[in-house]
Design a protein around this ligand. Structure first.
Ligand code: BTN
Length: 335
């Protein structure tokens, strides 16, 4: 199995191995001796690592004399389990996992500069400074949502990089619908909405020369199992659990999303922008005939969406004004 190098703060490999072993044998008592043998830690330190897991909120039953077990598989995004689910895939090779980090985008950006290969993933159980669009923060409650970033090194012009944001939105949309049965609305360029509230978002950042992209990082946040949100968000945010009334196993959703994204990404590289625009229009009706308000930062106006241009930019027919191509800014539906 490919080894991912460790980075300050990443989940210790022994801890991850212990969690994987217990998860794969849930409800079965495993002796300290076997844990030591299979995870490469000394027998005398097994209990210390079990305590570490307990501190992180994983409910490990049992004791030193009898062995340890899990009553049920915890919904922790263990890198080993993800790698197994993504065997041979671009996104299954290098996986960095954190129980707590400021922002997976921040880490992925550093890994990009450090030369990590295409396909590297950074994922976290919680973020203390998750980044959202327009300088906003992304609420990242522990082990409730998916918070991850993928590193890509496509041969693209910088102007084409925003297409990756749209593409990730489409892949996330497809994966959520297939995995959970809930069909979100995809709002241009990258908001996943459910019953008018925000379910997920994507933040793409890049390092580029004037004519070529060096690397792009695509950060994806999806609200999966949150029961409630802080008061300032409760009117505008929702989760799959809140809408469906039941929990979903995040690892399965993540694996499906990454598999879908890899397929979509490869087709985009082969077929170009046209593929992204067509995929987007096949799952979203937002691009045509919606009344919207556009806030570009400099300007604010209303109009009706009039299609997605060949490079993925939204066209808006302004009220009493020209057809305008939206390059940046917030687009909100007005009813
Ligand atoms: C938005 O504002 O709609 C974009 C939100 C993107 C949030 C994700 S969570 C994982 C990744 N790491 C970050 O710091 N942000 C993105």
């Amino acid at each position: 199995m490919p080894q991912t190098p460790s980075l300050p703060g990443t989940t210790d490999r022994r801890l991850a191995a212990l969690l994987t072993l217990l998860s794969e044998n849930a409800t079965i008592v495993i002796s300290g001796a076997r844990i030591a043998r299979e995870t490469g830690m000394s027998r005398s330190t097994v209990w210390r690592w079990v305590e570490e897991l307990r501190k992180l909120g994983v409910q490990v039953k049992g004791q030193r004399s009898t062995g340890y077990f899990l009553e049920k598989v915890p919904d922790v995004l263990t890198p080993d389990l993800l790698r197994k689910r993504l065997k041979g895939n671009l996104f299954g090779k290098r996986v960095f996992h954190f129980f707590k980090i400021d922002s997976t985008n921040r880490v992925a950006m550093e890994l990009g500069y450090a030369g990590e290969p295409e396909g590297t993933i950074v994922m976290a159980e919680s973020q203390t400074a998750g980044r959202g669009r327009s300088g906003r923060t992304w609420h990242s409650e522990k082990s409730s949502g998916l918070y991850f970033t993928v590193l890509l090194r496509p041969r693209l012009a910088p102007a084409q990089a925003p297409l990756l944001t749209m593409l990730a939105g489409v892949s996330a949309h497809t994966a959520i619908a297939a995995q959970t049965g809930v069909v979100p609305e995809l709002k241009w360029p990258n908001d996943l909405m459910l019953n008018g509230k925000k379910l997920g978002g994507i933040l793409t950042e890049m390092h580029a020369e004037p004519s070529v992209v060096r690397f792009v990082i695509v950060g994806i946040g999806i609200n999966v199992n949150q029961e409630k949100f802080p008061s300032e968000l409760s009117a505008i945010a929702t989760s799959i659990r809140r809408e469906m009334g039941r929990m979903h196993y995040r690892l399965e959703l993540l694996a499906r999303l990454l598999t879908q994204f890899e397929n979509d990404y490869n087709r985009f590289l082969r077929e170009g922008a046209k593929f992204v625009v067509e995929r987007f229009e096949s799952v979203s009706t937002f691009g045509r005939g919606r009344r919207v308000r556009v806030d570009s930062g400099l300007d604010s106006y209303t109009g009706v969406t009039a299609g997605i241009g060949p490079e993925g930019l939204l066209l808006v027919q302004r009220d009493n004004g020209p057809l305008t191509t939206i390059i940046a800014g917030d687009v909100t539906e007005v009813r």
